[in-house]
Design a protein around this ligand. Structure first.
Ligand code: ADP
Length: 541
């Protein structure tokens, strides 16, 4: 027997309307390229997004067509997040840090018909425009003259009425598109439905997930082109939280100024950003920034080193919460918070648990497959993490070749190798292609990196597998030292020795100026492995 509930579609217009009806006065603050602050609110945003929806229709946008955005985090980007789906289009966020070759590949693959671009990112567009066909280019400008053939956003929307008749939208209709950054191969498109974005917003706001409320002031440092800033702009609009956008200014001091100035309570970003903040806080005289309102720093996208979590807490009274996710998951998968039943654990064990990726969020199911079958929850057995749920991709956009990422019984293979603690906490030990296979055993590069970064002289560390004649592969540590600091391979080895089995210890330490990074700020281990492929073992390892 069917239940007797309304077939109410889970679509973005509901979130959009709610913010304007109940929280019209709540602010959305953005930092402009010249560093000044732009202030708007949900009432104004609501009108402007409808003007944009009208403009998109007038420019000829047809249902299902993709509209690309090449932009930093700001309120005009937020208008596009809602206006494009309101106009039945699909917003497609582009990462300006990608190479022109990747960007033109992605735009052509997506068949983008229009582009909305920041004035400060026009140089990026200049480099690829010859290889891409779009009907219109609209510039998010600041009053200056624009290149020929482009439209000024403000002029475009000023000509439109601020009310737009929202069509009936099926909840399974596509609303957004984002390409994985391609750490592992060619970029692949993930196509988000309205339903997935709404359910993800609901889940992410829950107290034990990201715990966002209308009392919060949220600053997504994670770019809006990286899995929709982890969905936070949608979550915040749904609940009417104040949003603070850093624009193009992602250096530590700018972020700290903005957090203190706007009373940010919650922020989210990758560990690289948080490490730079930690450095700035360490160097500045105490009290330089009043961060007393900042309840939580959400860290995701790459493993948060336990020493970073500890230093924030101990030296600055700031609480870091680790989350794990993927572009394919909209992106939230797990969040690490201590369950009440574990509240009595000694501080050190609690820190270790918080440094895991945590418990799966509601509506995300996980299973871990080792070579011998399902991996037990013993904190030791490693296996590949698979996931399923209503905001997880079921296929890639136009890419049947990648079907092997999806199992026949309906799970998505994450490519992450994990262990599970007896209490269910998932810990990522590696990406499957970064695991080091030595003498038939697996060595986790992430564990070694996390430990190395705890050494006071180490600024960055990446451990990679190097082919070895006897052991198949052995770990080699690539280390970037802090400015003015020094450490020898022997010192680093002695530092790691008490923490790991002997065969885990890297056989060599290379000191580099910088570790190559992907466009999303992750270590580009493929490049390091390439660099090291002719590495010569001295023969006595
Ligand atoms: P890409 O796959 O292009 O790197 P994603 O943002 O989808 O882009 O990256 C998802 C991957 O990032 C995960 O599969 C995982 O390997 C890694 N990752 C994300 N969050 C964490 C985390 N908190 N700890 C460790 N690894 C993480």
């Amino acid at each position: 027997m069917d239940g007797l509930m309304m077939a109410f579609p889970l679509t973005l217009p509901h979130l959009f309307q709610r913010a304007a009806d109940y929280y019209p006065e709540v602010e959305i603050v953005s930092r402009r390229p010249d560093k000044s602050l732009h202030r708007t609110n949900y009432a104004e945003f609501h009108g402007r997004a409808q003007q944009l929806a009208n403009a998109l229709k007038r420019l000829g946008l047809k249902p299902g067509e993709r509209v690309a955005t090449l932009a930093w985090n700001h309120s005009r980007h937020l208008e596009a997040y809602f206006a494009i789906p309101l106009a039945e289009g699909v917003f497609h966020t582009l990462n300006p840090r990608l190479s022109p070759t990747d960007l033109s590949y992605i735009m052509n693959d997506a068949e983008d018909v229009m582009l909305l671009v920041d004035d400060v990112l026009l140089p990026v567009w200049e480099k690829l425009k010859a290889d891409v066909k779009v009907r219109q280019v609209v510039v998010w400008a600041h009053g200056q003259d624009l290149p020929e053939g482009t439209l000024d956003y403000e002029q475009l929307i000023a000509a439109e009425p601020a009310s737009y008749e929202i069509p009936a939208i099926d909840e399974n209709q596509a609303a957004g598109l984002c390409y994985t950054s391609g750490t592992t191969g060619r970029p692949k498109g993930v196509l988000y439905s309205h339903r997935a974005l709404v359910l993800h917003s609901m889940v992410s706001a829950l107290p034990d997930v990201l715990g966002a409320s209308f009392t919060d002031v949220v600053m997504p440092v994670v770019p809006m082109f990286h899995v929709n800033a982890w969905g936070l702009p949608f979550t915040c609009t749904m609940i009417g939280a104040k949003q603070v956008f850093p624009g193009p200014h992602l250096d530590a001091v700018s972020l700290l100024d903005l957090m203190a100035g706007e009373g940010v309570t919650k922020t989210a970003g990758v560990p690289t950003i948080w490490l730079s903040l930690l450095d700035a806080l360490d160097k500045a005289p105490p009290g330089t920034w009043d961060l007393s309102k900042l309840n939580e720093i959400i860290s995701g996208g790459a493993a948060a080193p336990p020493s970073m979590i500890e230093r924030f807490e101990r030296d600055h009274g700031l609480h870091v919460v680790q989350a794990w996710g993927m572009t394919e998951m909209t992106p939230l998968g797990t969040v690490s918070r201590i369950k009440p039943s574990l509240a009595g654990l000694p501080a050190e064990e609690k820190l270790a648990l918080r440094a895991t990726q945590g418990l799966p969020v509601p509506l995300v199911e996980v299973r871990v497959e080792s070579l011998e079958g399902p991996a037990p929850w013993d904190g030791k057995a490693m296996g590949e993490l698979m996931v399923r749920g209503p905001f997880i991709a079921s296929a890639y956009f136009k890419n049947p070749a990648e079907a092997t990422k999806f199992t026949e019984d309906g799970w998505f293979r994450t490519g992450d190798i994990v262990t599970t603690s007896p209490e269910g906490y998932v810990r990522i030990t590696d990406r499957s292609k970064d695991l080091i296979k030595s003498g038939g055993e697996w060595i986790s590069s992430v564990d070694l990196e996390n430990a190395l970064i705890g050494h006071p002289a180490v600024a960055e560390a990446a451990v990679v597998a190097v082919p070895h004649p006897k052991w198949d592969e052995r770990p080699v540590a690539c280390v970037v030292l802090r400015p003015g600091a020094s450490a020898t391979p022997d010192e680093l080895r002695a530092f790691l020795a008490p923490k790991f089995a002997k065969f885990w210890l890297p056989d060599a330490y290379l000191f580099l100026e910088a570790i190559p990074r992907t466009a999303t700020g992750k270590f580009m281990k493929m490049a390091l492995r390439k660099q090291l492929k002719d590495f010569r073992w001295s023969g006595n390892e």
